[in-house]
Ligand binder design. Structure first.
Ligand code: SUG
Length: 420
């Protein structure tokens, strides 16, 4: 018998972390365009979050940062780091693979026809700086989940169908190890902003994963939510086991979705946050829904691992305090500081990819322990650049330092084969 648990794989924040304002529709990214970023501090914040979650008794894994600047990609565009136009250079430098919620979509073994855990790497084709992540991500998924008896790792859905991975996918189930229902959220339009997840991509992923038609639903993201800055659904909704925690204005047709959930899974509990308690604008500023909603293994009940920005917002914190004071399933609030990632629109939940499986089936090099996190933190403290300003991106010394830093990390994690 194998024990299926939820493992959160966090993207280690890479040494090229910077604020280049690359994501139209992501308000934090646009607001902070041109600011100085602090890659070392950023990565240490991410590691502290992983440590916090390990301390709660949760299973934790990680992914390596990708090789940046991506000269191969610039080569396909017939240019180089030195010659590229600034927006292409910045796209080649982006450390955006840190947001592992966009790495892939996962359907755990109890949900799939062949009883394997299926993973489809996301093509991220809507944003140029993210469109070249998938080959590096796929290489890691193929290593981490190499056990073919238990995992099926799929290539991305082809263009032009945008797929942004687990950030637009939620699973409800009685317990992680029981059969669940899967909600794929896609966008049609978002006012001035692009809808990044296309229904054709979501449906293709569901077919590849072998989900029964009665176990999956495709729900449209509200146009007003995208227009307000919810470029991914995980900025306005999150699910864990039998609980869906969502903003009232997250979905275009919320009642149809809720009815389907209630009939497919009568024990589901839907917690709807009304707009008159928390406006869409406050939800997006504070990222309260970009929390990790987790089941606490040691004490039972659920906790929200929230960005500290949620505590700083009176309306949001007032709502959350009332929520945990009630008799509902969410009992604890745990604010964490991931401000460096937040300034690019990535909260605690963006930084992780959830995989429900037996941790012993995963390549152990990708699994975190407190000692490994200490080692990783020491390498980050020694090698990650202190600060990066977008104007510095063509500096050969910075480029060499970024490459060396990643190589040192791969070495200490015994993952040098990921090299390029
Ligand atoms: O795709 N930001 C990311 C943030 C991703 C958040 N992920 C989830 N919601 N799951 C994005 O917009 C900003 C990069 C820059 O501007 O330099 C960026 O790519």
């Amino acid at each position: 018998m194998s024990a299926l648990v939820e493992i959160n794989f966090d993207g280690i924040i890479g040494p090229s972390h910077n604020y280049a304002g690359l994501s139209l529709g992501n308000i934090a990214s646009s607001t902070n365009a041109g600011a100085t970023a602090y890659p070392r501090e950023a990565a240490l914040q991410g590691i502290a979050k992983m440590r916090h979650n390990l301390d709660l008794g949760l299973a934790q894994g990680f992914f390596m940062p990708l090789d940046r600047p991506n000269e191969g990609w610039l080569g396909q565009l017939a240019t180089t780091v030195v010659d590229a136009e600034p927006h292409l250079r910045a796209a080649a430098f982006s450390a955006s693979s840190m947001w592992a919620a966009n790495a892939a979509t996962i359907s755990p073994a109890p949900d799939t026809r062949d009883g394997k855990c299926h993973l489809t790497v996301a093509n991220l084709q809507t944003m140029p700086h993210r469109s070249h992540e998938w080959p590096g991500t796929l290489a890691q998924l193929q290593l981490a989940f190499a056990d073919r008896e238990h995992f099926a790792v799929h290539a991305p859905v082809p263009s032009p169908f945008g797929d942004e991975g687990a950030a637009n996918h939620m699973r409800l189930c009685a317990g992680h190890d029981s059969q669940g229902i899967e909600i794929f959220v896609y966008g049609k339009s978002g006012g001035p902003f692009p809808a990044r997840q296309h229904i054709e991509a979501s449906q293709a992923v569901a077919r590849k994963h072998g989900l029964g038609p009665d176990r999956a639903i495709f729900a449209q993201q509200a146009e007003i939510a995208i227009a307000a800055g919810a470029f991914h659904n995980d900025v306005v909704a999150v699910a864990n086991e039998r609980v869906l925690f969502t903003h009232e204005q997250a979905f275009e047709y919320p009642d149809a979705l809720y009815d389907w959930i209630r009939s497919a899974m009568p024990e589901a509990e839907i917690i709807i946050v009304p707009a008159d308690r928390v406006s869409l604008a406050d939800a997006i500023k504070s990222y309260l829904f970009n929390a990790q909603l987790v089941t606490l293994p040691n004490e039972g009940g659920m906790a929200l691992i929230l960005p500290s920005e949620a505590r700083d917002n009176d309306a949001v914190w007032g709502y959350l305090t009332d929520l945990v004071a009630g008799n509902g399933p969410i009992r604890r609030l745990c604010p964490v500081d991931v401000r460096q990632s937040m300034a690019n629109g990535g909260g605690p939940a963006c930084l992780r990819l959830r995989v429900v499986t037996d941790p012993l089936k995963v390549d152990q090099r990708f699994m975190a322990t407190p000692e490994k996190l200490d080692k990783i933190a020491r390498t980050v403290a020694e090698c990650w650049p202190d600060s990066i300003h977008p104007g510095q991106l063509s500096d050969p010394k910075l480029i060499a330092a970024i490459r060396e830093a990643r190589h040192r990390l791969l070495e200490i994690c015994q993952l040098s084969e990921l090299g390029q």
